[in-house]
Ligand binder design. Structure first.
Ligand SMILES: C[S@@+](CC[C@H](N)C(=O)[O-])C[C@H]1O[C@@H](n2cnc3c(N)ncnc32)[C@H](O)[C@@H]1O
Length: 181
């Protein structure tokens, strides 16, 4: 994890990000997609990069068994307060879980939400920051090559093109069963 990403998460902005304001739209949308695509409870879910447990919380309430992994100790500390949640520090690149150790694995965030590269333009328009030259240029640069240096957040992110994702999964030895709409 780069220092800039760690410094960003050390600000403790993640806990409330999906719990209030317009972030709730992402929360509801993600929950809706997951409820339609996950195996029915009871099942074991590994939430990799699960942050402070925002999704783990409702997954537990739905009857899933949830393990959360995140490299930011502050996130894990907060997640560990969710009753019934097993939270530990870890990295998506070195999963401390054997093959078959979970029925479903979530990776919502470490690949920067698997957002497609037009997300930055849409996001800046939505936030009203599209009118700021630096924000607009960064968003358009991201749409062109996927690399986004976020002036607002202060870290670099990579936005995948939707058409790249299946090939990247195949390269990592994973099979894409289907892409939810
Ligand atoms: C934008 S947050 C998303 C949190 C939560 N999954 C959600 O959907 O709200 C991205 C999360 O990915 C975590 N992360 C970053 N790099 C990671 C890595 N290499 N392995 C696992 N998690 C990582 C961060 O610590 C952070 O909690």
């Amino acid at each position: 994890m780069t220092r800039e990403v760690l410094a960003y998460y050390a600000q403790d902005l993640e806990h409330d990000r999906l719990r209030e304001g317009r972030g709730r739209l992402e929360f509801w949308r993600t929950r809706d997609v997951l409820r339609r695509t996950l195996p029915p409870p009871p099942a074991r879910v590994l939430d990799v990069g699960g942050g402070t447990g925002v999704h783990a919380e409702w997954l537990l309430a739905d009857g899933y068994e949830v393990d959360l992994l995140d490299p930011v100790p502050l996130h894990v500390e907060r997640a560990a307060r969710v009753p019934g949640l097993r939270a530990r520090v870890g990295d998506a690149r070195r999963l401390p879980v054997p093959d078959g150790g979970a029925d479903a694995v979530l990776l919502l965030g470490p690949l920067y939400h698997l957002a497609d590269r037009y997300a930055a333009v849409l996001d800046t328009v939505n936030l009203g920051t599209y009118l700021e030259e630096r924000q607009r240029e960064a968003a358009h640069a991201a749409a062109a090559d996927g690399v986004m240096l976020s002036p607002r957040r202060g870290f670099t992110a990579y936005f995948h093109h939707p058409d790249e994702v299946a090939a990247e999964f195949a390269e990592a030895g994973l099979t894409v069963a289907h892409r939810p709409g």
